[in-house]
Every structure is written in structure tokens, then in C-alpha cells.
Design a protein around this ligand. Structure first.
Ligand code: AMP
Ligand code: ZN
Length: 755
């Protein structure tokens, strides 16, 4: 395309994508399907790649995260970012109201009421409408420059709408919506990693990541309820100020009111609490502000709190409670991680009784100095496992005992060691049982192997897994494939006195499930092997570009990923512009500059290699873990046994199916809408791996249309007109990919085939 035409098209695409981002992320009323959106996005990416000089920092393509940072630069806030004074009851609100009215000579005062969003404070600066800087609150006077990370937050406009002032500093909160948080933890847990205790923690941890590409995959959102330094932006009243932010395209709180009396403010706050479940973020009370911004300076200034606002949170709103820590027990996970669990005096928090809570890990336990017998504060946030926040040392009697760090595994008595788990989220080492033969680990590994997302061996879980390991019938997941049906049928799940056997019917069902699992594709097997750091998404990404397990075990791509990270780290270490470690003199500067150039060139080389077969979900830590696994004894043993069992899972990589061969050879499929289990690229890879093809539009030759969530109306209409079968995701898995999860033997009936 000619440059000028390309420039115009790029502008149109950016404007369209920005509009659809706003409709989707801010107004929650999308107008086009995800597929149509993806097409716009892909076209923009392609055009920008063709014309690198037309790339711009505010292009929506820049949200995916830039290069890792050596550290965060400090940002001084022109106006300090303060905390808020607190009120626990209406009485305290009345005192606040009295003080305000006194300062304003008894004038009548209107109050704005809005949620106190439970996230992490941020400040985002727009100059002439362009996002130029984002920062954390830090100590209130100076924060960290986290611009690169905030750019990845999807509902944060990179450019404000029409009418943007020369300077606007929007202040608000970064948060993780509860659904996104649950999914992130699911992902971490599936990968054998430590979940975050609550969305606020997850948000803070994500914003502190030095690699914006990691941040881009975290489900962060932003919300604004204030302004800082501004030029050309005037709003005499707080509600009008927030309306103005919304008009400029910034996300603002949904629940907002302006009332005449402070008692009415308290009522609105109660209403807000009642509707809190509908909000995508957690709330930590309500914030009540004097609505007349013109009056704010007259209220006087105080060091730590603004005088015009107060946070209101009655004790009944608390999702925290204090109870006694009776004992600390230890859970052994699949990877051997020892997790301390708090056994508590039962306490009622936010709708349910809590008896146990996680203490996360022994380091944290020691750091917080939590002792058995302590009064401890428990927190329950959303659907998260309750956790112990802190002890209340002022309530100690002297009888409390420190928690002993286990010197041996509580299950097997084996040695323990500190290990670093493959986990970008949990920093630091974790105490682990080092005995691979540990029955607890074996049981959890068996369960993991059998779970639905892995090999879907219904019936092999909980007590069955425990007994299989105890009796020695199956101590390693792959033993299941040599399990004797009779022995399984008579496995005793009860006691010697009161036996209760697994049963013939259940055993037969497990055998059938094992038969099916043999033919499962590479991604399911990779996941089932339980390699630390390898969750479903990682497994799919890896499987899409590798032919089989041997190819994964010996993957140049995974090695390139690891090497690229090493080169990036080296680059960070020598960075001649580092603010933290500036070169001592000119000689050192020159040396470091030369080394930085070498590393940059190496990175570019590796990127080119990786671009040929992208694995969007795979980071260096997971790549390293996979290579280590197959390089180690456990991985090699697994590979040998799979070969002996005749199990050869297939992936989508090059050698998997020559064109013109494979079960789907000669057949063309059309995808529409969003599939829950695959990205568009992964679904395409899977079809290609079986010899099929994927097309963008429906024609007489289409074998079938595969529909996901919010499918395109045109494709469905055309399919109907031409009598082409439309399959949902379950049909797709079962009939096309052959991942039969049930005993469904229905024939694959596609368009253009003889009955
Ligand atoms: P605190 O740190 O508990 O004193 O509370 C002050 C913090 O509350 C601010 O720094 C903001 O990050 C946060 N906050 C959340 N929602 C609001 C809101 N609607 N107005 C002002 N601050 C808020
Ligand atoms: Zn053990």
C-alpha cells in the first residue's frame, strides 16, 4: 500500500479500535463481534509492521507491553496523594459535617457519595489528550513511574476524546475485576503456583512487575474519581468533574449520588453496600466528599488527609474478623510445596463461618510473627479462600507459641528444602518436601492428572487417589494405564471393619476413560504431566507449534525463549543509562554500551526465530521448567513409559500432519465468535494439525461452521442458507478434534460428504 493511503487507513483503524474498546471496556455495550474486532486489530498490526515509521505510542497495538524495564523511575506528585479520614458510624459523619459547615459559615452543604474502590491508587497524566505518564501513589509525595504497565490496562484510554485539556492528571484506582482475578488464580493454581490472596494484592503485584508483557496478561482495570494537576480543565463541582472525566473517555464509578445532608449520604452508602455484588471491584467503604470544589480551599489543609472528604465504613461492612489461631497444620501440594493452614476458632465473616484460612507460606508466617494461640485478623475477600492478615500482638497472654518451621515433611517424614517455584507471581522460595516418592505428592499428582482439564479420568480423585497410592496400585500417574480392572473394582475405600469397594461399574468407566485419554492431543498431555508453571494456556501454546512430546523435549523454540530472557537480563544488568547503577566513568560507559548493543542484537535474532512460531502464553520461566522437566529423570522416565505404552500425543507443530493427509484432509472450516477453550490461532492450529483448513468466510465448500460466544450473524445466516452444519465448542472438541469426553460415538457428518 502506498504510504499516504496506509497512513489514512491506520488512522481510521485506530479510531475504530479505540471506539470499540470504549464500547466494550467502558460502556459494556459492544457493537461488533470479537472476530470482527480481531480483524481490525490484525490489519492494524500488519500495517504498522509494514510501516514502522507510522507506529505511534498511542496506537492500540502498543498495549501488549514493551520491553522489560531495569527499574521504576521516581515521580514527584505535583499535588500529594493523600489518605482519607475514616468514619465508622453516622455519629462520626455528623462531626465531619459540623466541621465542614463551621468552616463554610453554616452554609448548606451538598455531599457526593461514591464507592471507595479497593484497589491500588494511581495517577495518570494526559498532555494534549495523550497519555504521557502513569504513577503509583508511593509515599504520597513520590511514587513509581509505571507508565509502561498502565498502558496495558485495557479500559484506560491512551488518548482522551475530543475537548481534552492541555494537561489533565486523572487520579483513581487500578483494580482487578473479581472474575478476572478468579481466572488468574485458577491459572496459577493449575500451574502449581501460589494464588494471590486477594484482588488488591494481585493488582499491586502486577503493577510492580518489571516486564510489561506480563502485566498485559493480567486482567487489570482502572477507574477515576479525582483530578490532580490540571491546565485548561475546570469543574466547579465534584459530580461535574467526574462527568467531565467520563465524557473524555475515562472510566468512572457507576454508583454515584449527590445528597443534601450527611444522613442521606449514609443511606446512599448503605444502598451502595447492598448493590456491591453487582460491582466488578471490591469496595472498602464509601467516600463522601463536599460536592462544591470551590469550597475545598476554604476547608483548610491538613497534612495527611484532605478536609473535604471522609471514608465511611461501618464495622458491619467488614470482611475481616478477629478470632483465635488454635493450631497450624501443613498441607503438601503436588509439587511438594508445604502450605501452612490456620485452624481457627470458628468465626462468622460476610455470610459464612470460617474455620480454616491459609497462611500462604512459612516465610510470610515468620515475617508477620504469627503464633499459635494468637488473636488473628482473618480476611475474606469475594470468592477467595480466607486468609490470615495479621496477628494482634497487643492481645497476647504470653502463652502463645511460635510456629515451628517443619524440618521434615508431615506426610512422609522426608527432608524439606527451600525451592523457587516456577511462578512469576509468588516471589521468593517456598518450603518443599523434596521426596518425589512422598505419598501426599503422589496423591495430589494423581488427582491433577485425572482432573477434567487434564485427562478427564472421572472417579480418580480424593479418597480413590489416596487409596491407589496407599495400596501401591498406582503410585505414578502413568501406572493408571497398567491398572488391573478387577483390582480397581475391589479397591477398598472404607475401613477394614466397614469395607466399601469402588465397584465394577465405576472401574469399567475408568477403563473407558483411560482408553479415550490415550488419544488425547498433546496439549492435554503436556498439562496432565504437571510440570510446574505449565497451565492449560501454556500447554496449548506449546502444543500448537510442536509435533509431539519429543519435539517439545528438544525444542529449539523453548531454548530460544530461555536464551532471550537471559539476554534481556544481561541487557538490564549492563544498561549504560541505568539510574540505579550508572557507569562509574567513561571507559565503563563505553564497555557497557558495546555489551548492550551485542545483547540487543542477540535479542533481535532470537525474536526473529520466535516470530516464526509464536507461543503467546509461554514465558521464560515456563519454558525453562519444561526443558528442565524433560531433561531430568522424571521427564525421561515419563517419555520412555509413554512410548512403551504406545501413547504418542500429537500437537499442531510442523511434522504433525503433511498437507493433504490427516483425518480432516481436504476439509475447510469457518470459525465465528469466541471459543472459551481456544484462541482463534489455537483452534486453527488444531484443525491444521489434522490436515484441515480454516477459511474466513462461508461458502458451498465449507465443511462446517464452528461457533463460539457472540458469533457473527452473517456467517450463521450464510451457513443456514447453504445448509452447512453449525457446531458448538463441545461438538468441535468431540467431533472434529476427537477429544471424546463422553462415550459419544456419533459419526462426524459434515457438508459435502456422502451420507
Ligand atoms: P486510605 O489509604 O485507606 O487512607 O484511603 C485513601 C485511598 O483510598 C486513596 O489513596 C485512594 O487510593 C482510595 N480511594 C478509593 N476510592 C476512592 C474515592 N472514591 N475517592 C478517593 N479515594 C479513593
Ligand atoms: Zn513428603
Amino acid at each position: 500500500m502506498e504510504r499516504e493511503a496506509a497512513r489514512r487507513r491506520i488512522e481510521t483503524l485506530r479510531a475504530q479500535i479505540e471506539r470499540h474498546d470504549r464500547l466494550y471496556y467502558i460502556e459494556a455495550r459492544p457493537e461488533i463481534s470479537d472476530a470482527a474486532y480481531d480483524r481490525l486489530f490484525d490489519e492494524l498490526v500488519a500495517l504498522e509492521r509494514e510501516h514502522p515509521d507510522l507506529c505511534a505510542p498511542d496506537s492500540p497495538t502498543q498495549r501488549v507491553g514493551g520491553a522489560p524495564l531495569p527499574g521504576f523511575a521516581p515521580v514527584r506528585h505535583a499535588e500529594p496523594m493523600l489518605s482519607l479520614e475514616k468514619a465508622k458510624n453516622v455519629q462520626e459523619l455528623r462531626l465531619f459535617d459540623a466541621r465542614v459547615r463551621k468552616a463554610l459559615d453554616g452554609a448548606s452543604v451538598r455531599y457526593a457519595v461514591e464507592p471507595k474502590v479497593d484497589g491500588v491508587s494511581i495517577s495518570v497524566r494526559y498532555e494534549d489528550g495523550l497519555l504521557t505518564r502513569g504513577a503509583t501513589r508511593g509515599d504520597g509525595a513520590t511514587g513509581d513511574d509505571i507508565t509502561a504497565n498502565l498502558r496495558t490496562v485495557r479500559n484506560l484510554p491512551l488518548r482522551l476524546g475530543p475537548g481534552a485539556p492541555p494537561l489533565l492528571e486523572a487520579r483513581g484506582e487500578a483494580y482487578m475485576d473479581l472474575e478476572g482475578f478468579a481466572r488468574l488464580n485458577e491459572r496459577l493454581r493449575a500451574a502449581g503456583e501460589n494464588p494471590f490472596p486477594n484482588p488488591r494484592n494481585a493488582t499491586a503485584g502486577s503493577l510492580k512487575q518489571l516486564d510489561p508483557a506480563v502485566v498485559a496478561r493480567r486482567p487489570l482495570r482502572a477507574l477515576f474519581y479525582a483530578v490532580g494537576e490540571c491546565r485548561g480543565f475546570e469543574a466547579p463541582r465534584h459530580d461535574a468533574c467526574i462527568d467531565a472525566l467520563a465524557r473524555l473517555g475515562l472510566p468512572v464509578p457507576q454508583l454515584r449520588w449527590v445528597v443534601d445532608r450527611v444522613e442521606a449520604a449514609a443511606e446512599r452508602a448503605e444502598e451502595m453496600k447492598a448493590r456491591a455484588a453487582d460491582l466488578p471491584y471490591g469496595i472498602d467503604g464509601a467516600v463522601i466528599k463536599v460536592n462544591d470544589r470551590g469550597a475545598w480551599p476554604r476547608l483548610g489543609a491538613r497534612a495527611r488527609h484532605p478536609s473535604y472528604a471522609i471514608a465511611y465504613k461501618p464495622p458491619a461492612w467488614l470482611t475481616r474478623a478477629t478470632t483465635r489461631l488454635r493450631a497450624v497444620t501443613v498441607q503438601v501440594g503436588r509439587t511438594g510445596a508445604l502450605t501452612p493452614v490456620a485452624e481457627l476458632d470458628p468465626v462468622f465473616i460476610d455470610g459464612s463461618t470460617v474455620r480454616r484460612a491459609t497462611l500462604h507460606n512459612f516465610e510470610e508466617l515468620a515475617r508477620k510473627d504469627i503464633r499459635v494461640g494468637d488473636a488473628v485478623e482473618i480476611e475474606k475477600a469475594g470468592m477467595v479462600i480466607p486468609s490470615v492478615v495479621r496477628p494482634r500482638p497487643e492481645q497476647r497472654s504470653g502463652a502463645e507459641r511460635p510456629v515451628a518451621v517443619p524440618e521434615a515433611c508431615p506426610t512422609c517424614g522426608g527432608p524439606v528444602a527451600r525451592r523457587r517455584l516456577a511462578d512469576a507471581a509468588a516471589n521468593g522460595a517456598v518450603l518443599c518436601c523434596d521426596n518425589l516418592q512422598c505419598p501426599a505428592q503422589r496423591q495430589r499428582r494423581l488427582e491433577y492428572f485425572a482432573q477434567r482439564a487434564a485427562l478427564d479420568l472421572e472417579g480418580i480423585g480424593g479418597i480413590v487417589a489416596d487409596r491407589l497410592v496407599e495400596t501401591g496400585l498406582a503410585t505414578d500417574p502413568l501406572d493408571l494405564f497398567e491398572l488391573d480392572e478387577e483390582a480397581l473394582a475391589t479397591l477398598n475405600l472404607g475401613t477394614t471393619e466397614q469395607p466399601r469397594v469402588f465397584g465394577a461399574k465405576n472401574a469399567a468407566r475408568v477403563m473407558a476413560a483411560l482408553e479415550r485419554a490415550r488419544r488425547f492431543p498433546l496439549d492435554r498431555w503436556l498439562y496432565a504431566l504437571g510440570i510446574p508453571g505449565v497451565g492449560q494456556a501454556v500447554a496449548r501454546s506449546v502444543a500448537a507449534v510442536h509435533a509431539d512430546l519429543d519435539a517439545v523435549a528438544d525444542s529449539p523454540l523453548l531454548r530460544a525463549l530461555v536464551e532471550r530472557e537471559a539476554a534481556r537480563e544481561r541487557l538490564r544488568a549492563v544498561n549504560p543509562r541505568s539510574r540505579l547503577r550508572p557507569p562509574a566513568d567513561e571507559t565503563e560507559r563505553a564497555e557497557r554500551t558495546a555489551e548492550a548493543e551485542r545483547q540487543t542484537a542477540r535479542i533481535a535474532e532470537l525474536e526473529a526465530e520466535l516470530a516464526a512460531a509464536p507461543m503467546p502464553e509461554v514465558g521464560p520461566v515456563a519454558a525453562r521448567a519444561i526443558l528442565d522437566f524433560f531433561g531430568g529423570a522424571a521427564g525421561q522416565r515419563a517419555q520412555r513409559r509413554l512410548a512403551a505404552l504406545g501413547i504418542r500425543p500429537r500437537g499442531g507443530g510442523a511434522a504433525a500432519a503433511a498437507p493433504g493427509s490427516g483425518r480432516l484432509a481436504g476439509r475447510t472450516f469457518v470459525l465465528t465468535g469466541t471459543l472459551s477453550g481456544f484462541t482463534r490461532a489455537e483452534a486453527t492450529e488444531r484443525i491444521r494439525a489434522l490436515g484441515g483448513a480454516v477459511a474466513g468466510s462461508v461458502s458451498r465448500k465449507t465443511a462446517a461452521v464452528i461457533r463460539g460466544e457472540s458469533p457473527g450473524a452473517t456467517k450463521l445466516r450464510e451457513a443456514e442458507a447453504l445448509g452447512i452444519p453449525v457446531l458448538d465448542e463441545a461438538d468441535f472438541r468431540r467431533q472434529i478434534l476427537g477429544e471424546s469426553a463422553t462415550n459419544d460415538q456419533r459419526e462426524l457428518k459434515l457438508n459435502g460428504e456422502n451420507p
